[in-house]
Write a protein that binds this ligand. Sequence first.
Ligand code: AMP
Ligand code: ZN
Length: 349
Amino acid sequence: MLTCWLISKDGNHEPLQLPHYQTVSMGRGPETTIKDKKCSRHQVDLKADCNKGYVKVKQLGANPTFVDSVEVGKGIEVKMEPGQQLHIVNRLYPYTVQFKEDLSGETPPAKRPRESPSWEAADCKAASNVKVAKQANHTLSSGRESATSTNVSWLGSLAEVLELTALEKPGIWSNGLKATMQDPKMQVYKDDKVVVIKDKYPKARYHWLVLPWESIPNMKALRVEEHCDLLRHMQQVGQRMVTQCKDAPALRFRSGYHAIPSMSHIHLHVISQDFDSPALKNKKHWNSFTTDYFIDSQDVIQMLEKTGKVTVKEGTSELLKLPLRCHVCHEKLATIPSLKKHLKTHISV
Ligand code: AMP
Ligand code: ZN
């Protein structure tokens, strides 16, 4: 099954998933960041058909919604396909839709649709395209190395081993990190093995991504002989980012990987645990950093050393649907705003 994504062409927020055959209401509000009063809170209804590869767009608001240059009209429903452009209201706020392979790992590989040859070819090309920084450029002083305790309990009880796939079509949004990491303006640290960029949609006050120059699509592609040292180096660089951070003494940090990443090219998240950020908008964001969906760097390295590969447990994607719980005191909160208010009680600065 493919998944459908709604992509803001202005880059105002991360792609939003449109679940198969579910009506999603869109308009003015924090999810889209649209503040324009001409846009209704329920400007459009969107319903993706992942089998047929289109999205039905129904205009609900009084002001016009456009698909390409055609005005939809209030109460009217039209089809929108990849390549077409949706303007939520008045030829403003452009969006496109993309369908891509489900990366949740929940579908056994045998039942998956065959990837097209062009995807495979593109991936092989990327894999052979190993980029090395021209010059080692150590801009940060080394500091104390990580001493976080290791929790490997989840390793022991692996159920069915699932494949992670990150075969990506060139040019689609999930390849965005590959472009950003090459942009000198976005690089906050680099050496001959890795580069560090700031997360474009930070989920906390400090949120960096450490990426290797070597093209490694995902954790499934990791090999013990080739990559253990690289992962250790990525962790050390992440730790140095923390050490040089002026607020580090007042904040707690974690570094780790999403079990099922949305973006291609392996990346280590280094993130402060305040989660004080407007880009943290929904339950999926929260649970991806505060449940076992987030796997500590040390655990990934240890798993690779012990088993020769990195796998995730069946049902991991379900963790994103868990109720909201404070990661410090485990109190249950009903909504993201109430969670954010609660989090303030744990932040001292
Ligand atoms: P993951 O779920 O582990 O694949 O997380 C991908 C991360 O990349 C998210 O935290 C996004 O906010 C971030 N991100 C998405 N696009 C970009 C980009 N073009 N540049 C930098 N960070 C990005
Ligand atoms: Zn709490």
